[in-house]
Design a binder for this molecule. Sequence first.
Ligand code: PEP
Ligand code: MG
Length: 544
Amino acid sequence: MLKFYGKGVYGAYAIGRASVFRRSTAMVYRTRITDTEAEIRRLELAKSRAIRELDAIYEKAKSEIGDANAQIFEIHKMMIEDDDYNESILNIIKTQSVNAEFAVASTGENFSRLFAAMDDSYMQARAADVKDISNRIVSCFVEGTVHNNTDDTQIILCADDLAPSETVSIDKSRVVAFVTEQGSQNSHTAILARNMNIPAVIGIGAGFLAQIKDGDLLTVDGYSGEIVVDPDDETLRAVQSRLLSDRHKKALLQKLKGKDNVTLDGTHVNVFANIGSVEHLGAALVSDAGGIGLFRSEFLYLEKSDFPTEDEQFYVYKKILESMGGKKVIIRTLDIGADKQVDYFHMEKEENPALGLRAVRIYLTRPDIFKTQMRALYRASVYGNLGIMFPMITGVRELESVLALCKEARNELKMSGISYSNQIELGIMIETPAAAIISDLLAPMVDFFSIGTNDLTQYTLACDRQNPRVDRFCDTHHDAILRLIEFTAQSAHRHGAWVGICGELASDVSLTKAFLKMGIDELSVSPSQVLKIRDVVRNIDLRE
Ligand code: PEP
Ligand code: MG
């Protein structure tokens, strides 16, 4: 029995036989040629074959994992037509008088190395894509295929890495898990695995494949990332029992996928997901969330050792919007301060940071930080259905100033000729008692409210949410909180705005009916709670 550990990117268990993934890419030999024009014609032929293959893969992927996720193959097509990429191939053919497949393979290697060395994790993940398209073009000269080779019904596909097109192309009817030596959380393969509900463990490290062979029995724990090769009886029984109870729990709720969040009397409510990073997108999609109700953008800053650039942010927001394929995505602007401190902001130490320079107060004292984020958001807005909300608002003047900064950011983009959507909804979090009490004044200024019950509770009840000693004084069902929520909902509706709850109270099912009676339009909860809430909503009768 051997154990290996990697990073689980989709939580589930699997038991099956190893199938070591082998590529049929033929060796690419460097051959000297004399007729460069003929070589370029061969290249064009191979490229058009590759594009036809990608069209077919795109159609297959679209039916399996949805249009938004299948978009990567449209991007691959665009990459094949990329000017720099093609210039490099032609240059190698012409200047070195070599065969086209060699020029494609070297360009793939060079570009992939270039991407892998970049600081930006999004660009790093593109290294696999450029290799993938180059291998595809090369295989179109030699007609290579992707295959796996075991007759066992339950396959655990083990690979050094899996390119997105390989993940989609393989016959997954027998694949119960993916295990890869390399791979990053951000790679499309990880996202695709999550969206296909296939447990996947990545990043086990080099040497894993050398220690397994086709047909070895494996157990995969997609939660902890543990892989056991040749498990003993006790391990096998333990994984088997965890697998069954996990499936049972999920199966009960899976039946609700695709169903509406509608009460017995016909009232609809949006059930959205809260996420903190791109890595959680898969979970949100798998949970069948109607949208993203809260993306805590400050995690982008918390993960870094310096300010994320406008471009870095743009790529993240764009990715979220594209992955959600037209569903609403509400990105909350930076909520730094209080418990979320970032060294490179060099904030002075405060006696009561939760009452100190936090969120919107930082925007107004350091507007450049906020405007960088707003420009990135506006730029990304053309890629989906974006809503932006501002945290920690306490007053009308403050909101006016924030909106003025937004206008400045838009003007800066206009001056540079950069387009943005004019359909973006702007909203605010209602998470201070002040904001709730003047919600009737704030509502005409925005498209929506999202109630942050975590902070609303701490500030209303004067209970530090970080202090476990005041936990027992922190009654989340306190009438003061419920009244503030109800008044906020009334204010929103009176002025044509919609209102949601994105704090933890949104998943407190003992309050779901009360919230719906108050007229709450959206509940945004962690992805794992989406179907649970749907289940509860569908059993509520507001006439009772
Ligand atoms: C809230 O305060 O309820 C909220 C959703 O924001 P956070 O928990 O990130 O402060
Ligand atoms: Mg909050």
